[in-house]
Write a protein that binds this ligand. Structure first.
Ligand SMILES: [Zn+2]
Length: 352
């Protein structure tokens, strides 16, 4: 068997202005076989109200597709939608929204064996093209579930320009987090006595480099959004090729998981939380954190934990619980003595 035949790469990746007005054109070009098939649009109420005309136009491109609105973004809801997809013979699922909506749409399409077309309305994290969905399970617990990367990804830069700038900054955070993720991945590979996938490793590094060394400093410029969109999508492909989320998720993500699972009262989005985690992780790894701090400053990603209601005690507590969120994952935390003095120093550095 060709080793690479285990990958599912998207058939179509378009990053263009106003592409949501031409979804049928892109579909005809890349996926002619799905024309005329029954389709379902999955979005959420807020976006449906805000972009009703665009949703309707996309629906018309697919012969009047039905629209469902995500409410809870949990496992039951995704499976409920998959049930509908199977019973109603729906062959195409179109996810229109941000991370929560897209994770539900991706999983529902996977279970329902439908073609999945991803139309992100913001660039807040790299889950848009990953082969995983994060869904609520019980209480505030969430689980990362393996599924399939989208068949088509259309990024409309005009739409992204209208999204809150904090969502774009979140996407930057998820991208610079690869700096510490790839390092933890190689540590894990060494511990397990098997090599990292060089290609996935290089792609993840390229994602980081494209944003960290980007000349374009304006968060709303089309150039920057194109670079960030491609970086996020390529992160998804790195996970697909590696067959795990490791190229994009190391101890900085464990910090974020600990925040989400144990401290739901702290309101911080994924990309910001992993960026905060990356500073600690880089220090534990004994690596230079200056570039990532500079990038965060440049694009207005505030790294001061106090901004999010995290004081020194809580910061130390989150780190002490981080490894327990994914006990099977080898990261730098397995060989780090999280002494309080060091954690306080890192905190002070982030608060500068
Ligand atoms: Zn992430």
């Amino acid at each position: 068997m060709n080793q690479h035949s285990r990958f599912n790469l998207p058939l179509c990746l378009v990053v263009e202005e106003d592409v949501f007005g031409n979804v049928d054109e892109a579909v005809q070009r890349y996926l002619p076989e799905i024309r005329g098939q029954k389709a379902l649009i999955i979005t959420e109420k807020f976006l449906h109200d805000l972009y009703g005309d665009i949703v309707e136009e996309i629906g018309n491109d697919f012969g009047g597709a039905e629209v469902l609105e995500v409410v809870n973004a949990d496992f039951d809801e995704a499976v409920g939608m998959a049930k509908k997809i199977c019973i109603d013979n729906i062959k195409v699922v179109i996810g229109f929204g941000g991370g929560r909506v897209l994770d539900v749409a991706k999983y529902a399409a996977f279970i329902g064996k439908a073609v999945y077309i991803c139309l992100p309305t913001n660039l807040s994290n790299d889950s848009l093209a990953s082969p995983f969905s994060v869904l609520g399970t019980v209480g505030s617990n969430r689980k990362t579930l393996a599924c399939k990367i989208p068949t088509a990804i259309l990024v409309d830069t005009t739409m992204i320009q209208k999204a809150p700038v904090t969502q774009t900054i979140g996407g930057i955070g998820d991208t610079i987090a690869k700096y510490t993720a790839v390092y933890d991945w190689s540590l894990a590979a060494e511990a397990e006595g098997k090599p990292v996938d060089d290609f996935a490793y290089s792609i993840a590094w390229m994602c980081y480099d494209s944003v960290a060394h980007c000349d374009e400093k304006s968060l709303t410029s089309k150039n920057f959004l194109r670079i960030l969109a491609r970086a996020l999508v390529m992160g998804g492909l790195a996970m697909e090729i590696a067959g795990s989320s490791r190229p994009c998720s190391g101890s900085e993500h464990l910090f974020c998981h600990a925040l989400e699972e144990y401290y739901p009262q702290i309101k911080i989005s994924h990309g910001y939380a992993v960026a905060l985690g990356s500073v600690g992780a880089a220090n534990f790894q004994g690596r230079d954190d200056r570039k990532m701090i500079e990038v965060c400053k440049t694009y207005g990603l505030d790294l001061n934990p106090a901004t999010y209601g995290i004081d020194k005690d809580l910061f130390a507590e989150i780190w002490s619980r981080a490894a327990s969120t994914r006990p099977d994952r080898v990261t730098i935390l397995n060989k780090t003595d999280l002494n309080r003095k060091w954690l306080d120093e890192i905190y002070d550095r982030m608060a500068e």
